[in-house]
Design a protein around this ligand. Structure first.
Ligand code: FES
Length: 71
């Protein structure tokens, strides 16, 4: 899977970290998808959050991000 550098970001803020954001980032990296570490996106209610091409992904999962990349 080819992904532009910086196209994916995962929130590393406190709430998203508590809800698996850092683990999500590690999972993506293990799959060869580099992702930027983002500060709190003010979407904490929807943790963990990510961004794909500037669009927020709420309750983000590796599978959900993969689907977004295919769109
Ligand atoms: S901690 Fe992730 S959106 Fe606030």
């Amino acid at each position: 899977m080819h992904v532009e550098a910086g196209a994916i970001g995962v929130c590393h803020g406190p709430r998203c970290s508590d809800y698996g954001g850092r683990t999500l980032a590690e999972t993506l990296e293990a799959r060869g998808v580099s992702c930027e570490q983002l500060a709190c996106q003010s979407l904490c209610t929807y943790a963990p959050t990510a961004r794909v091409d500037g669009v927020a992904v709420l309750h983000a999962t590796a599978e959900g991000i993969a689907l977004r990349l295919q769109e």
